[in-house]
Design a protein around this ligand. Structure first.
Ligand SMILES: Cc1cc2nc3c(=O)[nH]c(=O)nc-3n(C[C@H](O)[C@H](O)[C@H](O)COP(=O)(O)OP(=O)(O)OC[C@H]3O[C@@H](n4cnc5c(N)ncnc54)[C@H](O)[C@@H]3O)c2cc1C
Length: 382
């Protein structure tokens, strides 16, 4: 694949992602899901064809590229393995934050590693007691000379324990407003950082979700990402402006896979000598699945294109796309199991995994409830 910023061919990127996903990521997906094995092999395969570079400028070893291209990669990878897609999206989001707001030394050190698949990034925002509310974050980064001292914990962090670099949001003191948090880059081996057990999740089982514990963890001052007290801005650009589009792509990929598999199964599965596709009940479900999947894909495509043209409005489009596509993925995978009957409830059929993976999508990054509130607030302010 060509590595230049302007000449990216969207179709080439999608095709490359599809081929890698089919040949190198899909074959081990069921085993990774069953064994909860982290998808290092899949990330390596994506790195080898340059897909980890999409979205980052050539100045730092990237190949440029738009949100639309990023979401297409997330879709193709999710069709093969949603866990890999989530790890990919998270890593890309961390790289975007470092590129946008890291200092030059941080960018030169970490971006080439993150884009080559030699290191991995994770984002640590949520806490056991903060839930999805930023104002409730209690992890503290107290300034002490030229270091920050971090104490607290984070919850359900994707790629935890596997990632080499963590972007951690913390408040300078207990009274700090949510808009005045810091984002600090924390390296995995730093003294005072410990990891909890791998959480035994319902789906997305190979993403290594763990708790992080910070105990007097000292981070140099120049590991600040963005300005002091401007963590929410860094998160706004990297999560709402980029990562959430990837999460929506992940949902669309799952819905597409479930729909394609159900159409195929309905034609192949014969009861009393006749394919179940002849049953109107099955036809009605297939029609609904196709419409929901296409609608999710169209909303995401349009939203990503709007955001590429007007990055200031990116979050609004990302929230709409993620909300709709994640709920569509749950509805579509639910119907996929129904179309497959009892077979679909067994692990031999991939729709069973798709259903479990889809269920996590209305929870991570921002829950559906928070997305609805943010969308309504943006509209009613207009
Ligand atoms: C697959 C997966 C991957 C994740 N990866 C990461 C990661 O990489 N990094 C990270 O930091 N976190 C990660 N998380 C954590 C995730 O962001 C949180 O689970 C999520 O923000 C919800 O927080 P909570 O689970 O504590 O739910 P709670 O905040 O306890 O919410 C419980 C319910 O109450 C609703 N609710 C809460 N407050 C409000 C409100 N004010 N208005 C309306 N409804 C409300 C919620 O929407 C939800 O339905 C991940 C989670 C999952 C499932």
């Amino acid at each position: 694949m060509s590595q230049h910023q302007d000449g990216l061919d969207t179709q080439d990127i999608r095709e490359t992602a599809r081929k890698v996903a089919d040949k190198q990521i899909a074959p081990n997906a069921a085993k990774r899901d069953q064994d909860h094995t982290f998808p290092w092999d899949a990330m390596k395969a994506l790195a080898e064809v340059g897909l980890l570079q999409v979205g980052i400028s050539t100045a730092y070893g990237g190949m440029g590229g738009s949100r639309r291209e990023f979401t297409l990669i997330a879709q193709e990878v999710a069709k093969a393995c949603a866990s890999t897609a989530l790890v990919y999206v998270t890593n890309s989001m961390v790289a975007k934050a470092i590129e946008a707001d890291g200092n030059e030394t941080t960018k030169r050190k970490w971006l080439p590693l993150l884009l080559a698949g030699k290191s991995l990034g994770a984002l640590a925002v949520h806490e056991p007691d903060s839930g999805c509310i930023m104002a409730a974050i209690s992890t503290r980064a107290r300034k002490d000379g030229d270091t920050y001292v971090i104490n607290g914990s984070k919850f359900l962090v994707t790629s935890a324990g596997e990632a080499d670099v963590y972007l951690v949001i913390a408040r300078p003191d207990p009274l700090t407003a949510p808009q005045q948090m810091h984002i600090l880059l924390v390296e995995k081996d730093i003294p005072g950082l410990a990891f909890g057990r791998v959480e035994d999740k319902m789906g997305l089982t190979s993403t290594s979700s763990r708790q992080l514990f910070f105990n007097d963890c000292r981070v140099p001052h120049d590991h600040l990402i963005g300005q002091e007290g401007e963590g929410h801005k860094v998160l706004g650009a990297a999560v709402a402006g980029w990562g959430i589009f990837g999460a929506a792509g992940l949902a669309v990929g799952i819905a597409q896979s479930a729909t394609e598999r159900s159409v195929r199964y309905a034609k192949e599965r014969k009861i009393g000598g006749e394919p179940i596709a002849l049953q109107q009940a099955i036809q009605l479900m297939i029609a609904d699945m196709v419409i929901q999947t296409d609608a999710a894909s169209a909303l995401l495509d349009a939203g990503a294109a709007h955001a590429d043209a007007n990055p200031g409005k990116a979050a609004f489009h990302a929230f709409k796309a993620k909300l709709f596509s994640s709920e569509a993925a749950i509805a579509v995978t639910d119907k996929a199991i129904q179309v497959h009957g009892g077979h679909g409830y067994c692990k031999d059929y991939i729709v069973e995994r798709l259903y479990r993976d889809a269920r996590g999508l209305t929870l991570h990054f921002k829950t559906s409830e928070l997305l609805r509130l943010e969308i309504a607030e943006a509209i009613l302010k207009m």
